[in-house]
Design a protein around this ligand. Structure first.
Ligand SMILES: [Zn+2]
Length: 583
């Protein structure tokens, strides 16, 4: 991918055009074989084209919603001489005859030995389709039936939805950001998500609004699009956050005033509830003189204790997501389906409360770049890789031994690697950086980390706040994602990303903060070579001559030599070894 696409959040003019349109998506891209039509290996015969059940209706619904449609398909049978270009044209014409027209066809004719940039799991077809449709990959959803489709979608920054077939491997299903049982269900999910995140146009601003997001930096950052929506419809925005989210809150656009207060029903290591503290908080809330409040929370948190204090403080209108019966505590009680990405879940609450993102503001994460200080010295020019090994939550940190090996492999391949960590992590960063990496341990608070990330080609990190900070800067992420929480909800949002780690590990969905499995196998089994392959898949060129084999910026992503990068992987078998992806 070209650098301007990687940074589409800042400089790509196509994204400005796209951002003038409302809603989540401009286009839906679909894999052909196994997704739109039954998979007939290397099919060159139009008579053998059979749409999957519901395909016609599913595509009709997407077209009726104003979404453009594209096909992204690997057709290596061409390179292998198993059918001719004419056969392929006739087969594709038959697909359109049965399913209606598509706005673009993007076809990789190569086999895996070609090392091209288009064969999925490489993201080239997704980039090409988005370009052909006048949009950007982050405004596309991609539906496919195997892990290579999901990896290509993720590496381009598109939203992947897997519709498994009997040929789809369980590990591919486990790693997918979203799974639907059939094409119609996938399309319904795309349209439902789009409807939840978009509201009627902004009305005249209606007073001062308190928004609330307690908990950590990552939680605050993923609430950013929702807070911008509120800001677009309010005369002033006050953000109530907790001590662990304060630094992130200070980076959010649209916030006029910050109030920091720990909430004992939210904090993971809460202090006892002190009646005097609650009275003081209530008085502070009353003193804010807000006209209404929107209380954001995760699905396992309750907004109701705060809603009670807000009522006691005289706040007239309160909105929140609550499955628990709120009685008269809430004016807008919003309900959402399970599995929404956290930024969309929060945005849907803002929409339900009557606030929508204005035209021109895409629902990606953002921070105030004016709040970012200069980067620390010693990094050289932009294009380095940042590795952030730590996390406040043990299960989400990259095991130090693995992190050190990743630094050695990346630097040997010609990448500059900066290792970041907080003041309490200097021992860790020194050990991880070793002789080869640039140790920035203790030199980066959240704002300084943003400054470092702003010049990075990619960030390698667990499921922790800095991943969302990178997403807010448009910087691609190699996500070493412990599956304790769902990737589709907490993975890097609307930014190119490659998922690594065993998505089917026994800790899956446990929400454990300390790994329950000896050896932390979901992350510690990651091969450092897969991190290097992921960095290449994300289009990050090496900045120095490698220690061993030559690698130039023009070298295509390793779609062939190491085909199992990312979402498709579960730490063992190569994607290209599966039946489905051999086309
Ligand atoms: Zn190709």
């Amino acid at each position: 991918m070209e650098p301007d696409q990687r940074r589409s959040g800042r400089v790509d003019p196509a994204s400005d055009r796209a951002a003038t349109r409302p809603g989540l998506y401009d286009a839906v891209l679909l894999d052909r074989d196994g997704t739109l039509v039954e998979d007939v290996p290397y099919n060159g015969d139009p008579e053998k084209v059979r749409p999957v059940p519901g395909a016609r209706e599913a595509l009709h619904r997407l077209r009726a919603a104003g979404l453009r449609l594209g096909v992204v398909t690997n057709q290596s049978g061409l390179a292998r001489g198993l059918f001719t270009a004419d056969d392929l044209r006739r087969v594709n014409a038959r697909v359109e005859e049965l399913l209606g027209p598509f706005d673009t066809w993007q076809i990789c004719p190569h086999d895996e030995r070609a090392g091209c940039a288009c064969r999925k799991p490489a993201p080239g077809l997704v980039h090409a389709a988005a370009r052909a449709l006048g949009t950007t990959p982050d405004r596309c959803a991609l539906v496919g039936d195997i892990g290579a489709d999901m990896t290509a979608a993720g590496a381009a920054g598109a939203a992947g939805i897997l519709v498994p077939t009997p040929a789809t491997r369980p590990a591919e299903v486990a790693a997918a950001p979203h799974v639907a049982r059939d094409l119609l269900t996938a399309v319904a999910a795309i349209l439902d998500r789009a409807a939840l995140a978009a509201g009627p146009p902004s009305r005249p601003p209606r007073g001062r609004v308190l928004v609330v997001r307690s908990d950590s930096a990552g939680d605050v950052l993923v609430t950013g699009p929702a807070i911008r929506a509120v800001a677009a419809g309010a005369e002033g925005v006050v953000l109530l956050c907790g001590p662990r989210g304060r630094d992130a809150a200070a980076l959010l656009p649209g916030v006029d005033e910050l109030v920091e207060w720990p909430l004992p029903w939210i904090d993971g290591a809460p202090a006892p509830v002190e009646p005097a503290d609650m009275r003081a908080l209530t008085a502070r809330l009353a003193g804010l003189a807000v006209d209404e409040a929107v209380v954001f929370s995760s699905f396992h948190q309750s907004p109701l204790p705060l809603a009670l204090l807000l009522r006691m403080a005289g706040v007239a209108r309160i909105s929140a997501i609550s499955d628990d019966y709120p009685g008269s505590l809430l004016d807008v009680r919003h309900r959402v389906p399970d599995g929404l990405p956290e930024p969309e879940r929060a945005l849907s609450l803002a929409v339900a409360a009557g606030f929508a993102l204005p035209a021109g503001d895409d629902p990606r994460l953002r921070i105030r770049t004016d709040a970012v200080p200069p980067a620390p010295a010693g990094l050289g020019g932009p294009g380095y890789v940042v590795l952030h090994p730590g996390s406040a939550v043990q299960t989400r940190a990259c095991p130090p031994e693995l992190a050190a090996r990743i630094v050695r492999v990346l630097t040997a391949a010609g990448h500059r690697v900066a290792v970041t960590g907080g003041p309490d992590e200097t021992e860790l960063t020194a050990r991880v950086a070793g002789d080869a990496g640039i140790d920035l341990g203790g030199r980066t608070g959240l704002a300084e980390l943003a400054a470092v990330l702003a010049g990075a080609g990619a960030l390698v990190v667990g499921n922790t706040g800095p991943a969302h900070l990178a997403a807010a800067l448009g910087v691609p992420v190699v996500s070493l994602f412990a599956p304790t929480v769902p990737y589709g909800q907490w993975g890097p949002y609307r930014v190119p990303a490659v998922r690594l780690g065993d998505a089917a590990a026994p800790c899956r969905d446990s929400r454990a903060t300390v790994c329950p499995v000896p050896g932390h196998p979901c992350l510690s089994a990651i091969e450092p070579g897969r991190v290097l392959a992921a960095v290449r898949l994300l289009g990050v060129p090496a900045t120095a001559p490698p220690a061993t084999a030559p690698l130039t910026p023009a070298e295509p992503p390793p779609a062939t030599g190491r085909p199992a990068v990312g979402g498709a992987q579960a730490g063992v078998t190569a994607v290209a070894a599966t039946g489905g992806s051999a086309r």
